[in-house]
Design a protein around this ligand. Structure first.
Ligand SMILES: Nc1ncnc2c1ncn2[C@@H]1O[C@H](COP(=O)(O)OP(=O)(O)OP(=O)(O)O)[C@@H](O)[C@H]1O
Ligand SMILES: [Mg+2]
Length: 237
C-alpha cells in the first residue's frame, strides 16, 4: 500500500525558508510517495505550515531542493504547482465565506472542471453540502466548511493534496469523519501530505509520519514508531 520503493512524487531535500531575515526551516527533508499518506507532526511553531506553503509554491525556499516527480522546481508559482497537480487546503480553511457553496465550487473551476461535475462529486461525497448549496459558506459549521474546502481542492483532480490542520476547531467526531474520507482518497491513489498538531487524528491512516521540531524533520518512520518518539519529545494530541 505504501510503495516504499517508488520514486517520491513530492520531495524536499535540505529545504530552507524564512520570513525576512529570520530563517524558520533549517534544512527540511521529506518524501511523499505516490498513493500514500505522510503525516507531518509536531508542536506549534515548528515550521509545518511554512513547509506546506513551500510545497504549494506559496512561499519561496531559500536553499535546498523542492522536487516534483523527481524534477527540481524551486521558485515554482502556486499556479504552476497546481497545474502539475499539487493542490492545498491552507490552515484555517480554503473557502470564501461570502460566497455560497455553489459559488465556492464554481470559483474552483479555473482549471477547466465543469461546475455540474464539481457539484455532483461534492454532493455525492458530502450530501450535506447539497442541502446547503445556496447557503453562504461563512454561515456553515466548521465541519461543513472543511468538507467544502476539501471538495474545492478535489475539484481540480490533484495528484498531491496538501492538508494543513484539517482538525482545527472541529469536534473529534467530525475530524474522524474527514480523515476517513481522506483515507478513501489515498486508497484511490491520491498522495496526501497532512500537517497536524493533533497527531492522534491522522496517525491511524498514515503510511509514514515525520516529526518536525524547530524547523527540522528530526524523525521519519512508521506511524507507531513516531508516535512513541513523540511521547518523549512532546505530547501531540
Ligand atoms: N508570516 C509570517 N511572518 C513571520 N514569521 C512567521 C510567519 N508565519 C510563520 N512565522 C514563524 O515561522 C515559524 C514557523 O511557523 P509555522 O506556521 O510554519 O509553524 P507550524 O508548525 O505550522 O505551527 P502551528 O502548529 O502553530 O500551526 C514560527 O516561529 C512562526 O512564528
Ligand atoms: Mg501551522
Amino acid at each position: 500500500m505504501t510503495g516504499t520503493e517508488a520514486e517520491p512524487l513530492l520531495e524536499l531535500a535540505g529545504v530552507r525558508a524564512g520570513y525576512g531575515a529570520i530563517e524558520v526551516l533549517h534544512g527540511v527533508d521529506l518524501a511523499l510517495r505516490p498513493g500514500s499518506l505522510l503525516a507531518l507532526l509536531g508542536p506549534n511553531g515548528g515550521g509545518k505550515s511554512t513547509t506546506m506553503r513551500v510545497c504549494a509554491g506559496l512561499h519561496p525556499a531559500t536553499g535546498g531542493e523542492l522536487r516534483l516527480a523527481g524534477r527540481k522546481v524551486n521558485g515554482i508559482s502556486a499556479q504552476d504547482a497546481a497545474k502539475l497537480g499539487v493542490c492545498s487546503i491552507p490552515e484555517g480553511r480554503g473557502v470564501f465565506p461570502n460566497l455560497t457553496v455553489r459559488e465556492n465550487l464554481w470559483a474552483a473551476t479555473g482549471t477547466g472542471a465543469r461546475l455540474a461535475d464539481l457539484e455532483e462529486k461534492a454532493y455525492g461525497r458530502f450530501p450535506i453540502l447539497g442541502k446547503r448549496r445556496d447557503q453562504l459558506a461563512g454561515s456553515m459549521s466548521g465541519g461543513e466548511q472543511q468538507m467544502l474546502a476539501l471538495s474545492r481542492a478535489l475539484g481540480t483532480d490533484p495528484a498531491v493534496l496538501l492538508l494543513d490542520e484539517l482538525s482545527m476547531g472541529l469536534a473529534p467526531m467530525i475530524v474522524t469523519r474527514m480523515y476517513d474520507t481522506v483515507a478513501g482518497l489515498v486508497e484511490e491513489g491520491l498522495s496526501v501530505l497532512v500537517a497536524e498538531q493533533f497527531a492522534r487524528a491522522v496517525l491511524p491512516i498514515a503510511d509514514t509520519a515525520a516529526l518536525m521540531l524547530n524547523g527540522r524533520v528530526v524523525a521519519t518512520g512508521a506511524p507507531a514508531e513516531i508516535e512513541g518518539r513523540m511521547a518523549g519529545d512532546y505530547l501531540g494530541g
